[in-house]
Design a protein around this ligand. Structure first.
Ligand code: BG6
Length: 485
C-alpha cells in the first residue's frame, strides 16, 4: 500500500536519467493520481541553481505537444510540490543540510508518520558515499520507512558486483533496496507471467518437446553518439544482455511461482538462472558498426578510444540444464546502430510430424516488447477455397488495435509506483544479480583480454540488420526461416 506523508528525494536531479526518465515518470504518476497524498519531491545534485531553474529543467522533458490546458495546470501543481537542494555527494554536512530541509517539509504533516524514498539517479562512482551519507544523516529510525532505489551498473563482473553489494549492505538492507532493471517495468514483460501461467494452451507447449529455439532480440537504430566514453568501458553485453535480456529470459523460462509474492517470483527466477552455465566462446558472435550511409562508425566517435575492439553487437546462445529446457538454444542478441528499433521474443516451435504435410512453416510465437506491443502466433491454416492447401498466416494481438483506448504506462512509472508500494517483484534481488554476472563474467573477461589476446569483432554497416555472419549463427541453432506462402 502507498504511504501518506512521503518525501521522494531524487539524487542526481540535474542528470540525464532524472530529466529523461525519473521526472517524467513522477509527473505521469502525479497526473494520474497515483502519488500518495501530500507527497513532496526534493531534487538534490551538485549544480547550484534556484527552484525556478530546477523546475525548468525537470519539467522540460514532460510531453505536452498540443499545450493541453489540463496538463499545463498539472505541471504547475507538480512544480509546487517539488523543490531543490544543492550539495556534494561526499560531504556529510551537505546531507545534514538535506535532512534539515526534509524535516522542515515533514513538520507540516498532520500525523507523526514520515516516509522517505531516495532515488539514486547517479553514476556508480558515488553510489557508496551517497548510500552511507543518506543512512547517517537522512535516515528515519522511528515512525516511518526508508527506501533506496538504485540503477545499473551494478559492478562490471561477479567480483566487482559483490564488492559493491557488500559495501551498500553495510548501510541499507535488502528489504530497503530497490534495484531497477527498467525492462521489468515494461508492459509486455509484465504480461509474460499472465500469458504463460493463465493459459493452459501456452503452458502445455512451453518446453523442449514443443519448442525448437528461442531468440530474444534488442535492436536500436542509433549508435553511441557522444556516450562512447561510458559505452566503451561497458560494451553491449553489460549494457543490454546481462541485465535486460537475461531478465526477460528468466521470466520466460522459470517454473510457475507459488504466488505473485515478490520472493516467490524471484526464487523461481534465480533457480532457472542457476541452471545456465557461463556463455561459451563458440556460442558468441561479436560485432562493431562501421560508417555507412553518411553515419559515423563506432571508431569515428571522438569519445571512443582509438582502435577499440569493444563490441556494439553481440549474439550469445545460452543453455538451460533442467528437464524443461535441456537442449533448447536461447539466443540473446543486441546491437546498436541497426536498421530499426525493436525488442522482441521469438519462440520457434518444432516441425510438425512429416507425412501429410511437407515444406510447411513452423509455428512461431512472437512477443513484441516494443515498439507497438503485440503478441502474434504464426500458424498454418487452409487456404480458403475448394482445395486443401496449407498457408502460413497469423493470429494477431496488436495492442494498438485491440486496446486502442488504453494508454500503456511507461516502465519507470510502473516501477516507481511499485517501490512506493513496497512491492519488490519487479526489482532485481542480490542473488539474482550474482547469478546473472556468473553467466557472463568469463566471456566478458575473454573479450577484455584477461585470458589472452582480445577477440576482434566482425564489422557491420551502420543502419544494417547486423553482421552478415548472423544468418549462419542462428542457423547453427536450428532456426528455420518460414516458407513463403
Ligand atoms: C539502457 C541502456 O539500459 O537501456 C541504453 O544503457 C539503451 O544503452 C536503453 O539505449 C534501452 O532502453 P529502452 O527502454 O529504450 O529499450
Amino acid at each position: 500500500t502507498l504511504k501518506d506523508n512521503t518525501v521522494i528525494v531524487v539524487l542526481g536531479a540535474s542528470g540525464d536519467l532524472a530529466k529523461k526518465k525519473t521526472y517524467p515518470a513522477l509527473f505521469g504518476l502525479y497526473r494520474n493520481g497515483f502519488l500518495p497524498s501530500g507527497v513532496h519531491i526534493v531534487g538534490y545534485a551538485r549544480t547550484k541553481m534556484d527552484d525556478e531553474e530546477y523546475h525548468k529543467r525537470t519539467t522540460g522533458y514532460i510531453k505536452n505537444p498540443n499545450n493541453d490546458p489540463e496538463i499545463t495546470a498539472k505541471i504547475e501543481e507538480f512544480k509546487a510540490l517539488s523543490s531543490y537542494v544543492s550539495g556534494s555527494y561526499e560531504d556529510p554536512a551537505a546531507f545534514d543540510n538535506l535532512n534539515k530541509v526534509l524535516e522542515s517539509i515533514e513538520s507540516g504533516y498532520q500525523t507523526k508518520e514520515r516516509n522517505r524514498v531516495f532515488y539514486l539517479a547517479l553514476p556508480p562512482s558515488v553510489f557508496i558515499p551517497v548510500a552511507k551519507n543518506l543512512k547517517e544523516n537522512c535516515y528515519i529510525f522511528k515512525g516511518g520507512v526508508n527506501r533506496m532505489i538504485v540503477e545499473k551498473p551494478f559492478g562490471k563482473d561477479t567480483a566487482s558486483c559483490r564488492e559493491l553489494l557488500t559495501s551498500l549492505k553495510q548501510h541499507w538492507t535488502e528489504d530497503e533496496t530497490y534495484r531497477i532493471d527498467h525492462y521489468l517495468g515494461k508492459e509486455m514483460v509484465k504480461n509474460l507471467l499472465v500469458l504463460r501461467f493463465a493459459n493452459v494452451a501456452m503452458g502445455a507447449a512451453w518446453d523442449k518437446n514443443s519448442i525448437s529455439n528461442v531468440q530474444i532480440t534488442f535492436k536500436e537504430p542509433f549508435g553511441t553518439e557522444g556516450r562512447g566514453g561510458y559505452f566503451d568501458e561497458f560494451g553491449i553485453i553489460r549494457d543490454i544482455l546481462q541485465n535486460h535480456l537475461l531478465q526477460v529470459l528468466s521470466i520466460l523460462t522459470m517454473e510457475r511461482p507459488v504466488s505473485f509474492a515478490a520472493e516467490d517470483i524471484r526464487d523461481e527466477k534465480v533457480k532457472v538462472l542457476r541452471a545456465i552455465p557461463p556463455v561459451e566462446r563458440n556460442d558468441t558472435l561479436l560485432g562493431q558498426y562501421v560508417a555507412a550511409g553518411g553515419k559515423p562508425g563506432y571508431l569515428d566517435d571522438d569519445t571512443v578510444p582509438q582502435n577499440s575492439v569493444c563490441p556494439t553487437y553481440a549474439a550469445t546462445t545460452l543453455w538451460i540444464h533442467n528437464p524443461r529446457w535441456e537442449g533448447v538454444p536461447f539466443i540473446l542478441k543486441a546491437g546498436k546502430a541497426l536498421n530499426e528499433a525493436k525488442v522482441e521474443i521469438r519462440i520457434q516451435f518444432k516441425d510438425v510430424t512429416q507425412g501429410i504435410f511437407k515444406d510447411i512453416s513452423r509455428n512461431e510465437l512472437v512477443i513484441r516488447i516494443q515498439p507497438s506491443e503485440a503478441v502474434y502466433l504464426k500458424l498454418n491454416a487452409k487456404t480458403p477455397g475448394l482445395y486443401t492447401r496449407a498457408m502460413p498466416t497469423e493470429m494477431d494481438l496488436t495492442y494498438k488495435r485491440r486496446f486502442a483506448d488504453i494508454q500503456i504506462p511507461e516502465a519507470y512509472e510502473a516501477l516507481i509506483l511499485d517501490a512506493l508500494k513496497g512491492d519488490h517483484s519487479n526489482f532485481v534481488r542480490d542473488d539474482e544479480l550474482d547469478v546473472a554476472w556468473k553467466i557472463f563474467t568469463p566471456i566478458l573477461h575473454w573479450i577484455e583480454g584477461q585470458s589472452g589476446p582480445r577477440p576482434k569483432p566482425v564489422t557491420y554497416p551502420y543502419g544494417s540488420r547486423g553482421p552478415k555472419e548472423l544468418e549462419s549463427f542462428i542457423g547453427k541453432y536450428g532456426y528455420k526461416r518460414s516458407v513463403e506462402g
